[in-house]
Design a protein around this ligand. Structure first.
Ligand code: ADP
Length: 348
């Protein structure tokens, strides 16, 4: 009786396996084939039982490996055999079954690797995006340096303008590298070098960096930050990356609708300082709001999809803000612009 219950249990286990599985005995006859395997190979499981392997399944590397293993007296388990039944990618694991020290058959379980292909695809896409982002500033820097070397350096005004562009493009490269670094250790809390800082000092640096870009895009970049606000205790370099990223995005997505305004404001309330970067750009669907702070996430529909990007800026920004004990978020509707906010504890 116990044996019967055991048999039923084993049957139920095999039937219920979420992966295709089959077993053959010493004479290469199929002893079990679960529903997933029957579906994958397009065979009737009941009719397949007790039939020779090659009368049911095509003769290929997989069935050949199975019959080779059952015929060996002391076989080694064969792992990670890649097979393509029905043009799908599976990894098969072949396990010899021993009874009283003798090889009595082989059990094969198959793992669907479709998910793996998806991961590989997104890595490929990511590398393509990063490469494209690196190429743009590099090409600009190279172009301006070459023009200077060809003689443009003799004009002081041109030299100053070119150097400004080179400086800005180098900053873009630095930001990209920093965001990649941040993404490489997403779970690591950044080490902070906390110092009291005025919000005005923090924001002024970012505004100066982006003023030329804003002008080129016909966008007004405005600050409404007063010097009277309470100080905040932050790692200036890291928090600058956050504000830089918010302004960079605001200019990028406002540029898509043509002219517009990007406004940086800061207010104090309930022992906190609230910094807002508000734009008049394309806006973001509310359903996307929680996701845009995830690493590698980019809105794939609408005008934003054409811009490319790494989808890392906001995830690094969130890591940095949260490491300061603060919060970051967004308010936006499509076509209505976006307002990103950062809430930090005020000092004293
Ligand atoms: P990316 O480098 O791709 O811009 P981010 O993490 O900075 O990565 O942003 C993630 C996504 O959030 C962007 O791809 C874009 O779709 C959306 N987004 C961010 N900022 C804005 C904004 N100011 N206006 C509209 N969409 C935005």
């Amino acid at each position: 009786m116990a044996k019967r219950v055991g048999g039923q249990l084993v049957d139920a286990l095999i039937e219920g396996l979420s992966d295709p599985a089959l077993g053959v005995d010493k004479s290469s006859r199929i002893r079990f084939l679960n529903p997933k395997a029957a579906e994958l190979f397009g065979v009737d499981a009941r009719k397949a039982i007790d039939k020779k392997l090659w009368d049911v399944l095509p003769i290929d590397d997989f069935t050949r490996a199975l019959s080779t293993l059952v015929n060996e007296s002391d076989p080694e388990p064969k792992e990670q055999m890649v097979i393509f039944p029905g043009d799908r990618l599976f990894v098969a694991q072949l396990l010899p079954v021993y009874s009283e020290g003798r090889n009595t058959g082989v059990v094969a379980t198959l793992k669907d690797m479709a998910g793996m292909q998806k991961i590989e695809k997104s890595i490929e896409q990511f590398v393509t995006d990063v490469t494209r982002q690196l190429k743009v500033p590099l090409t600009a820097i190279k172009g301006f340096v070459e023009t200077l070397l060809e003689g443009a350096y003799q004009n002081a005004e041109i030299t100053r303008r070119f150097l400004q562009v080179i400086n800005e493009e180098t900053n873009r490269l630095t930001r990209l590298v920093l965001s990649l670094e941040g993404a490489a250790q997403p779970d690591q809390t950044p080490r902070l070098n906390l110092r009291p800082l005025s919000v005005l000092t923090l924001v002024e640096g970012s505004l100066a960096l982006f003023q030329d870009t804003a002008e080129e895009k016909n966008i007004r970049l405005v600050s409404e930050v007063s010097g009277e606000l309470p100080l905040i205790e932050v790692d200036q370099e890291q928090m600058r990356r956050v504000i830089d990223n918010l302004i960079d995005n605001a200019l990028k997505f406002t540029g898509l609708v043509g002219e517009g305004t990007v406004t940086v404001t800061a207010t104090a309330e309930n022992g906190q300082v609230l910094i807002n970067v508000t734009d008049t750009g394309i806006g973001i669907e509310p359903a996307e709001h929680p996701r845009i702070f995830d690493a590698f996430y980019r809105v794939e529909t609408g005008p934003a999809s054409e811009l490319g990007g790494t989808g890392l800026g906001l995830s690094v920004a969130r890591t940095v803000v949260e490491a300061h004990g603060g919060r970051i978020g967004v308010e936006s509707e499509p076509g209505q612009g976006a307002s990103f906010w950062v809430r930090l504890k005020a000092l004293g």
